[in-house]
Design a binder for this molecule. Sequence first.
Ligand SMILES: C[S@@+](CC[C@H](N)C(=O)[O-])C[C@H]1O[C@@H](n2cnc3c(N)ncnc32)[C@H](O)[C@@H]1O
Length: 220
Amino acid sequence: MDGIGHGREARVRALSREKYRRRAARYDATCGPTWPIRERAVALLGLAPGMRVLDVGCGTGLSLPLLRAAVGEAGRVYAFDHSPHMLAQARALAERAGWRNVHLSEQPAHCCALPEPVDALLFHYTHDILRSDAALDALLVQARRGARVVVAGIKYFPRWLAPLNAWVYLKNVGYNGAPGGLRTPWDRIAPRLSGWHWEPTQFGMGYLGHGRVALAADSR
Ligand SMILES: C[S@@+](CC[C@H](N)C(=O)[O-])C[C@H]1O[C@@H](n2cnc3c(N)ncnc32)[C@H](O)[C@@H]1O
């Protein structure tokens, strides 16, 4: 049991961990097509040397080299994931690279508690986390007021391409415990941010959005 122990959210998380147990070994090989989106998402975080950033649902750690390069030796990268199989690869990567300021933890999003406020949060293809109000509440409170939040992921094509959405759904169901909510996957996080803006990616089957944390821990 991990905080929100029983009920729908716990079932979604259990399903997600099982999906990523099976998917972890081949995960990185499937991420090539979305690499330019990852680079744009990290660029939108506006990181600079010395900053602190949280990689939400970091998976195998594919974003870590970009984040670590942006914040440098003096910054700090925090990252977590609830899948031990995904996170093991992130840990191996950090160990190989010898990063001392990349802090990884295995935990569900709604239990996240960092030792300091962060300047930016990255949600890169973390659909299940975006569908959980408990997770979003726990994560956004980890940031300082005005922290930049960048969100990228999969969504349904616009209505005129609707026949293709059965394929989008099937693609998504292989990764997520809660595969619904693909029309506007950002609709729970966007109202929590100021200056939300999004644009379509991948001919409309993806999105990249960003905003800023309006209320930080010190103002609640
Ligand atoms: C599609 S992968 C994305 C991984 C990484 N962000 C990337 O861009 O490659 C989604 C990740 O979110 C993690 N995840 C899903 N729900 C979670 C939750 N409630 N708490 C923590 N991690 C979660 C999964 O284990 C998985 O590693």
